[in-house]
Write a protein that binds this ligand. Structure first.
Ligand SMILES: NC(=O)c1ccc[n+]([C@@H]2O[C@H](COP(=O)([O-])OP(=O)(O)OC[C@H]3O[C@@H](n4cnc5c(N)ncnc54)[C@H](OP(=O)(O)O)[C@@H]3O)[C@@H](O)[C@H]2O)c1
Length: 235
């Protein structure tokens, strides 16, 4: 039996990933920073729920204890993320972004990912087939962001793409450090969720596809990669 934790799974891509991995036979913990939102999602899915705010050491430590007491963890999906848009849904561009905005985005997308991964390492190392999926973005690709006449080139934000480039680097370095684990970064594609005020062009079913696929790689599967539904992405 494979036990899986998905952070930020009370809605959006995380919720859909939970639904699909449950269908594939995983025991799934819906990670949620809010008890009520998490409970509602877990009930709807028939999943377990664990309270986890990725920006909070104590919250993450408590989640580790809960999952350890229940028997351990095989698959960690680092999905929780924020884009840090303005109240009216606009992207914060280079002219407006401040160090504080940048810090807030990194707190969840980057430091949160490391906090959670670091805390769950002992449990993952006890698994026979440990897997980590880091939910990145195509906006983290330096190649794409510097290729003119593409939607990625045109994206004016600074904090979010920088955070996802950091996610890619973190993925590569963890993958090299832990060769027995399968650790990959994935790009779901532009998906309609609360994150982008539902401007995304894909459904969550389409977006979750690559997350679900990489959560199920076997011990001989790829590691240290950066992939989307169509295959590897340029760094
Ligand atoms: N949608 C896209 O087009 C797209 C494209 C590429 C990559 N992604 C990535 O996909 C992932 C999921 O995003 P989404 O589009 O599904 O957005 P979403 O619907 O806004 O979901 C984000 C999830 O992250 C949770 N979260 C935020 N901060 C958290 C924290 N400090 N601790 C724990 N959970 C936290 C949210 O919880 P609350 O409900 O409590 O806020 C929510 O469950 C993100 O990493 C995002 O960057 C999305």
């Amino acid at each position: 039996m494979t036990t899986t934790l998905i952070t930020g799974a009370n809605k959006g891509l995380g919720f859909e990933t939970a639904r699909r991995l449950l269908a594939a036979g995983h025991t799934v913990y819906v990670g949620s920073r809010d008890l009520e939102r998490g409970r509602r999602a877990a009930e709807q899915l028939g999943a377990r729920m664990v309270l986890i705010d990725v920006t909070d050491d104590a919250s993450v430590a408590a989640a580790v204890k809960t999952i350890e007491a229940d028997g351990g963890l095989d698959v960690l999906v680092n999905n929780a993320g924020v884009e840090g848009r303005t109240r009216d849904g606009g992207v914060v561009g280079a002219a407006e972004v401040t160090a504080d905005m940048m810090r807030q985005t990194f707190e969840t997308n980057v430091f949160g990912m490391v906090r959670v991964t670091h805390a769950f390492l002992p449990l993952l190392q006890r698994s026979a087939a440990p897997v980590v999926v880091n939910v990145s973005s195509g906006l983290g690709s330096l190649t794409r962001v510097t290729t003119p006449d593409t939607p990625t080139y045109a994206y004016p934000g600074l904090a979010y793409p920088a955070s996802k480039t950091a996610v890619n680097m973190i993925t590569v370095q963890y993958a090299k450090a832990f060769p027995k684990m399968r650790i990959n970064a994935v790009e779901p594609g532009y998906t309609a969720t609360d994150l982008n005020h539902h401007t995304g062009t894909q459904t969550v079913e389409q977006g979750a596809e690559i997350i679900v696929r990489m959560a199920q790689v076997g011990p001989d599967g790829p590691t240290g990669g950066y992939v989307g539904a169509e295959g590897p992405l340029p760094w």
